[in-house]
Design a protein around this ligand. Structure first.
Ligand code: BV8
Length: 246
């Protein structure tokens, strides 16, 4: 893989950000949303990750999240997550904006992570809006209820049709308005508003480097589009950067 077009973009700049999607966790064993394993009991994520689905059948939605939590608990961050965690020490200003709710960036040691779609390990009381972190897998009772008031808990994630948290969006805006390079890793670019983030950077003259084994709608517009898996390409870029005079 020819990484030479990247090096002038990366080793001269201090402000780098990464936008990650389900693909960066694929090599950890977590199925992506729109790949062959995206189905669960013949449901698409778009059908289950909605307030309407939860309203209609909270138990079914919680079975899906409990299955995912249990699977994620058995997975570990991969070399792609680990490389991004190290880059917090390499670039003066480095942040990860992630669409993923699996928590693998945080487990890999990344500290500046903006989880724009929430956390699968957090639950929120549907009455009091209080949240708790709960790593129990599998959950003993489905659907779980708030011990304080007895109302249903919901996963503290952003469902389709729900607004992203204001503070996360504001932080993303600051990052996208100032970064010199945005790495776009493991996302099909189907979900809004994350799908607009690379264009925010391109339109103000920033560079976008895409890392994905398959082509996406962004590939033709990206400054550089690398065909390959994140856990291979990110360490390869890191090796090249170590070779380059900084
Ligand atoms: C909102 C949390 C407004 C839950 C998720 C405008 C235009 C179009 C649509 C909309 C629009 N405005 C709103 C919408 C609707 C909707 C939307 O985008 N729908 C789409 C499907 C058409 N958006 C919303 O509803 C958003 N809210 O806009 O609010 C609003 C404002 C005010 C008031 C009310 C509302 C909220 C969206 C958040 C949805 N929640 N997750 C959960 O996880 O359970 S999204 C879900 O999809 C995940 O977070 C996932 O990360 C995300 C995106 O998918 P990808 O990460 O890209 O995953 P995918 O499987 O698609 O692709 C994986 C890629 O990896 C592939 O390209 C593959 O090739 C690659 N890959 C595979 N292996 C590897 C790899 N890459 C690298 N290495 C590998 N080894």
């Amino acid at each position: 893989m020819d990484l030479s077009p990247l090096l002038p973009l990366l080793h001269r700049t201090a402000r780098v950000a990464a936008l990650t999607g389900a693909g960066i966790s694929a090599e950890s064993g977590i199925p992506t949303f729109r790949g062959p394993e995206g189905y669960w009991k013949n449901h698409r994520p778009e059908e289950l990750a909605t307030p309407q689905a939860f309203q209609r059948d909270p138990r079914l939605v919680w079975e899906w999240y409990d299955m995912r939590r249990t699977r994620i608990a058995a997975c570990a961050p991969n070399a792609g997550h680990a490389t991004l965690a190290r880059w917090e020490g390499r670039f003066a200003d480095f942040a990860v904006i992630t669409q993923n709710v699996d928590g693998l960036h945080q487990r890999a040691g990344s500290r500046r992570v903006i989880p724009i779609h929430g956390h699968i390990w957090e639950m929120r009381c549907t009455r009091e809006e209080t949240t708790i972190l709960d790593y129990t897998t599998p959950l003993p009772n489905l659907p779980p209820h708030c011990p304080a008031c007895g109302a249903l808990y919901r996963p503290a994630v952003v469902w389709f049709g729900e607004a992203l948290p204001m503070e996360a969006l504001a932080e993303c805006g600051r990052i996208l308005d100032t970064c010199d390079v945005l790495l776009v890793i493991g996302t099909s670019g189907q979900v809004h508003p994350a799908s607009t983030f690379p264009y925010t950077v391109l339109e103000r003259g920033g560079a976008v480097i895409e890392i994905n084994p398959t082509e996406t709608p962004l590939s033709a517009d990206a400054t550089v589009s690398l065909r390959g898996p994140a856990a291979v390409v990110l360490p390869a870029i890191e090796r090249e950067l170590h070779r380059e005079p900084s």
